[in-house]
Each structure stands twice: as structure tokens, then as C-alpha cells.
Design a protein around this ligand. Structure first.
Ligand SMILES: Nc1ncnc2c1ncn2[C@@H]1O[C@H](COP(=O)(O)OP(=O)(O)OP(=O)(O)O)[C@@H](O)[C@H]1O
Ligand SMILES: [Mg+2]
Length: 592
């Protein structure tokens, strides 16, 4: 029998989409505070938010007559009709958050408008509201959420430990705060102040406060303006790379939201420097006309869609690549590159651009390419560089070019030699990895991968799906230097391998390349395969602990002098440390 669900059940089901865990409540409440024009936001939690979440702000406050609608679903002050959806300038727009929170917790709002004599409060517990009434409270709004999921035991059981929830909330506040340097954020957990982020920090300062001083060191400021798009932020040098993508922070018009082609474009720009499994660190704020962004595609507003996704991806790729190549860095220090520092700010705090800027003709892109590598991107304005608290380093020269021929191998791990600026300590394994990686990449780029043919083919057994994949990818593999052909129903014969990888066990090589079905995702197969080959190149590098002969060391150093990116191994670890003469003199107190 079909029955209509009661509003309470409907709300609880809808709430399941919006409120997943404690941090989702914090996200919604903080975003509301920012939308209300707050300059100070204070978040307090107890037991990871399961017991209490309290968000206070000094924003506009609710109109007393609006309070009865606060917990109503589909009730918002931020959207009037369907056309408004096309140019949303606030973080909220659905009128769903408070209704969802009220449906699955015990919530109370206290709010006083600026200059009003008294405040008003209203409660909602498990979807049941009590009428609003006057109360004493400071100007602004204070929202208290107790006993999250008290009426949805299944959900409550799925909350992670208080410790894990608290950590996620801390990360979330840190992330949200990066888009609003003009706002003061405080986070208190179990009566202890965890984060204190004063307004007026530079992006680099705030990033460091949030994620640690260590991470702040290698951040290069970036600021570029294209027609209808500005890209501003910090890009981490490859040695900051992490095992997860948590610090790939991209904001679109002030909203921390994923957009797959933009994310992919930045990863592509890092590809030369980082290998699979390593994720870059960056904070990039993209600003584009509101009608170019569809924010209404994800229940938790965690993703956006861009009308001109390919063009934006192209700009991003170009921008990040330029930073990594050190070009932008040099331009910045010479006082060249730009962002319109004072763009008009919308009420919610992020810059608003007139939509006419996004003229088709103004952009010099190849429209069909996902991430065009040869296009020219036109910069449309040059003013004074923004300061992010960090000065952009100039491109670093290759230290091996002018190193002397004398060296010492110590601990079967490091090489000591004299470089142009002082003493170089080289990690032989990291450097050799870089050498092998670039050697294979160069051959690959020139479509001239050297192949070592095997006198006797090596036969490798494969499963039916592996066989199917190998047969369809045969040409792709041949271009990478691996010659294979079917050999009977359940095995393949390997007739040749890339010379760079000739030392490796042939069977293991094939096994590690059998990427199979799992790669059907976003990245083109060609890239995945190339990446696997490159990582094999690394694996064939000399290990730390291998004693190298003089001839091996010499040829390693000779090749190091030709490297395009000599400073890091492909996983982002440094290959060489330089102790300058001045530094050594200080250590030995020759100089104060
Ligand atoms: N901290 C606050 N200060 C002032 N007004 C607020 C605050 N929080 C919420 N409001 C008001 O309550 C309304 C409902 O908030 P709610 O978060 O449920 O919806 P929304 O922000 O409009 O949209 P979304 O569901 O996408 O967040 C808002 O439109 C706003 O008018
Ligand atoms: Mg909201």
C-alpha cells in the first residue's frame, strides 16, 4: 500500500543528505555566519560535536519576524526566484541547512539585530519547533546544536570517534578560513582553544597557522588574471607533496568546491615533478562571473560545475606550470605579474566580476583541448604584485652544473661534493631516481624510447581480462618500449623492454603494468601507462645502501648536470642539500 510520508520523515530523509556528520553542521553554520556578513566567527564543540556544537557570529542577525521560518525547509533569504540560481553570490541558497539540522538534533538560535534592544530565540528539537520568544543576547547570532542524531541512532553510531570528528572540524574551519582572510576565526574544542586565526593575515600566514610552519616554507605566491578569470593563491613546491589530496584546496568564487577538470589540470601541471600516489599542496582561489558557475549540483554543495570548464582548466594548467618552472616567480620578483588587488567584493566577501568579461574572443584557447599545452594564454592586466607574505623564489639553477669533479661517498647513501655555492650533500638514491625518470621521459617525449630486444621471449601468464587489456593496449605499450604479443590462450610473450628498465625482472615489469579495468576513471589510459613506466624507472634506480663505483658516481653526476628538475626526486623528496660557505662559517663560529 502506498502512503504519503509525514513531513517529519521527509525532513529526516532530506537531512540525511545535508548533515552527514558533525563537521557538516559546522560547515553549514559557519557558511551562514559568513553570508550574514560576520567579521568574527567562533566555533565551540564538545565530544567532537556529538554533544554540542556552538557557532557564534557578529553578523547581521535574524529579523525577529524571520525566526519562525528559520527551521522551515526550503526557506531562505538568499534566493527569490529561479533566475537567482544563475548568479549566486552567497554560500547558502537552498534554505535547507537549518531545517536539516533541526530535524536531527536539538537546536536553538539566539539572535539580535545590530542596534536592536533585545534578542530573540527559537528552538527546534527533532523537527519539533517551539515558538520564538525574546531573550538577552549580544548582537549577532549564536546557534547551539546539541545531541546530534539523538533521534537517528543508526547515524549516531556511524559518527567517528570524538577525536576524529574534532580533527575534521579543525581542518574544515582552516579550509573555510583561507577564503576569508578578513574574518577572525576561533575554534574551541572541549574548552581548549585549538585555532585562533586573526583577521588581516596574509594567505601564507594563515596557511601556516592552520597547517604548520613547515608547510608554509615552500609556498610560492601566484596571481594571474585572464579574461574573465582570476587565479590567486599559493602553490607548494614539489617537496611539500603529500600522500593524500587534503591540501589540494581550490576555491571557486569563495566556495571550497571540487571541480574535476580544474583539479585534473593542476595535477597535470605537477606531473613532471610528482609521480602517481603523491599529491600537490596548493590553495588557489578562482574568481569568475557567477553565471559561469553552477553551484547547484551537489547535495552538500561540495562540487561545482563550470560552464567553460576546459578553458578554465587550460588557464590553471598554464598558471601552475609557469609557477613550477620558476617563470612566474621571476616575474613576480621583478614586479611584473598581477592581480587586480582591489576587485569589488560581494557582500559575502568574495570578489564579483562583471560577466561580460568572459567574452569568447578575449580568450586565446584551443577550445577542443582538455589541457592544451601549446596554446598561448593571454594575460589581460598587469598591476602591482599582491603580497602573500612570502617572496617568490627565483628559478633555482642546477647545482651540479658547476660542481667540482671531487666527491666522497659516505654511508653508502650520500655523496658529498663541492658545488658553486658551498657543500652539496646528495641523496644518491633520490638523484638516481630523478635521472632515470627524466631519461625515460625524454625518450618518451621524443618518441624514441630505446628498446632492448630479448633473444629469448619471456612468457608471462595472464588472466582473461588482463589478456583483453594487453591486446587492446599493445600499441600503447610498444610506444613505451614494451613489445608484447599473445602467446597461447592464457599467456603473452615479451619480446622487448625499454633499455632503461632492462635490469628489472621482466615478469615483474609486465605485472606492474597490468593496470586492467580499474583505470577506467578520469585519467586517459595513455597517461596512466606512461606513469607506470616512469615509476618502474624509479624502481630500477640504485638503492640507498648500494655502494657505487667511481665510474657510476661520475656518470650519475654528469647526467645530473643535464637534468631539467634536479632538486627533487619524482616523489618530491629533495635530491640535494646545499650548505653555503656562510652557513658553514656560522656553524664553526668563524663568523657571527
Ligand atoms: N548566522 C546567521 N545570521 C543571520 N541569518 C542567518 C544565519 N543563519 C541563517 N540565517 C538565515 O536563515 C536562513 C536559512 O538558513 P539555511 O542555512 O537553512 O539556508 P540558506 O543558508 O539560505 O541555504 P543553504 O541550505 O544552502 O545553507 C538564511 O537564508 C538566512 O536568512
Ligand atoms: Mg545556509
Amino acid at each position: 500500500m502506498i502512503k504519503k510520508l509525514s513531513p517529519a520523515v521527509i525532513n529526516q530523509i532530506a537531512a540525511g543528505e545535508v548533515v552527514e556528520r558533525s563537521s557538516s553542521v559546522v560547515k553549514e553554520l559557519v557558511e551562514n555566519s559568513l553570508d550574514a556578513g560576520a567579521t568574527r566567527v567562533r566555533v565551540e564543540v564538545r565530544s567532537g560535536g556529538a554533544e554540542l556544537i556552538l557557532v557564534g557570529d557578529d553578523g547581521d542577525g535574524f529579523l525577529p519576524e524571520d525566526l519562525p521560518l528559520a527551521f522551515a525547509s526550503h526557506a531562505t533569504s538568499k534566493l527569490a526566484d529561479v533566475h537567482d540560481l544563475e548568479h549566486i553570490g552567497s554560500l547558502g541558497f537552498r534554505g535547507e541547512a537549518l531545517a536539516s539540522i533541526g530535524a536531527v538534533a536539538k537546536a536553538r538560535i539566539q539572535s539580535r539585530r545590530h542596534g536592536a534592544r533585545e534578542g530573540w530565540e527559537i528552538r527546534c528539537e527533532g523537527g519539533v519547533e517551539t515558538p520564538s520568544q525574546p531573550c538577552g543576547c549580544p548582537e549577532g547570532t549564536r546557534i547551539e546544536v546539541r545531541d546530534l542524531f539523538f533521534n537517528v541512532p543508526a547515524r549516531r553510531r556511524f559518527l567517528k570517534s570524538a577525536h576524529a570528528e574534532r580533527a575534521r572540524i579543525q581542518e574544515l574551519i582552516a579550509e573555510l578560513s583561507l577564503a576569508r582572510l578578513d574574518v577572525d576565526f576561533t575554534f574551541v574544542a572541549d574548552e581548549k582553544e585549538i585555532l585562533r586565526l586573526p583577521h588581516g593575515d596574509t594567505l601564507a600566514q594563515r596557511f601556516q597557522r592552520c597547517f604548520g610552519d613547515e608547510l608554509g616554507k615552500g609556498l610560492v605566491p601566484v596571481a594571474r588574471t585572464f579574461a574573465g578569470l582570476s587565479v590567486e593563491g599559493l602553490v607548494g613546491e614539489p617537496d611539500l607533496a603529500r600522500r593524500d589530496g587534503k591540501l589540494e584546496l581550490m576555491f571557486v568564487n569563495g566556495r571550497l568546491a571540487r571541480e574535476s577538470s580544474a583539479l585534473y589540470a593542476v595535477r597535470q601541471a605537477f606531473r613532471e615533478y610528482l609521480m602517481g600516489g603523491r599529491f600537490p599542496v596548493y590553495v588557489l582561489q578562482l574568481t569568475l562571473p557567477a553565471d559561469q558557475v553552477d553551484v547547484n549540483i551537489h547535495p552538500r554543495k561540495a562540487e561545482v560545475r563550470l560552464v567553460e570548464a576546459r578553458k578554465v582548466a587550460g588557464c590553471l594548467h598554464e598558471t601552475v606550470r609557469a609557477v613550477l618552472q620558476g617563470r612566474l616567480g621571476m616575474n613576480l620578483s621583478a614586479g611584473g605579474v598581477v592581480i587586480a588587488a582591489e576587485m569589488p567584493r560581494a557582500r559575502s566577501g568574495f570578489p564579483a566580476l562583471p560577466s561580460t568579461l568572459f567574452g569568447e574572443s578575449a580568450l586565446g584557447f584551443a577550445p577542443a583541448a582538455v589541457v592544451p599545452t601549446s596554446h598561448t594564454v593571454r594575460e589581460v592586466s598587469t598591476a602591482t604584485p599582491t603580497t602573500h607574505g612570502a617572496t617568490a623564489p627565483a628559478a633555482r639553477p642546477n647545482p651540479f652544473v658547476r660542481a667540482t669533479g671531487r666527491y666522497l661517498q659516505v654511508m653508502d647513501l650520500y655523496l658529498l661534493l663541492e658545488g658553486p655555492d658551498g657543500l652539496l650533500v646528495v641523496d644518491q638514491h633520490a638523484l638516481h631516481e630523478r635521472v632515470m625518470y627524466e631519461r625515460l621521459r625524454r625518450q618518451h617525449a621524443a618518441r624514441a624510447v630505446q628498446i632492448q630486444r630479448l633473444l629469448v621471449p619471456v612468457v608471462v601468464e595472464v588472466s582473461p581480462s588482463e589478456m583483453a587489456w594487453l591486446t587492446t593496449s599493445q600499441e600503447l605499450l610498444a610506444a613505451e618500449g614494451l613489445l608484447v604479443e599473445p602467446f597461447g590462450p592464457a599467456s603473452i610473450a615479451v619480446n622487448g623492454v625499454p633499455t632503461v628498465l632492462a635490469k628489472l625482472d621482466c615478469k615483474k615489469l609486465v605485472r606492474s603494468l597490468l593496470v586492467g579495468d580499474e583505470v577506467a576513471g578520469a585519467e586517459p589510459l595513455r597517461h596512466v601507462v606512461a606513469e607506470r613506466f616512469h615509476s618502474m624507472a624509479c624502481r630500477s634506480a640504485v638503492m640507498s645502501g648500494d655502494r657505487l663505483s667511481d665510474a657510476e658516481i661520475q656518470s650519475l653526476l654528469v647526467e645530473a648536470a643535464t637534468l631539467e628538475h634536479p632538486h627533487n626526486c619524482p616523489h618530491g623528496r629533495p635530491t640535494v642539500l646545499t650548505f653555503s660557505t656562510a652557513e658553514l662559517e656560522r656553524y664553526f663560529r668563524r663568523r657571527c
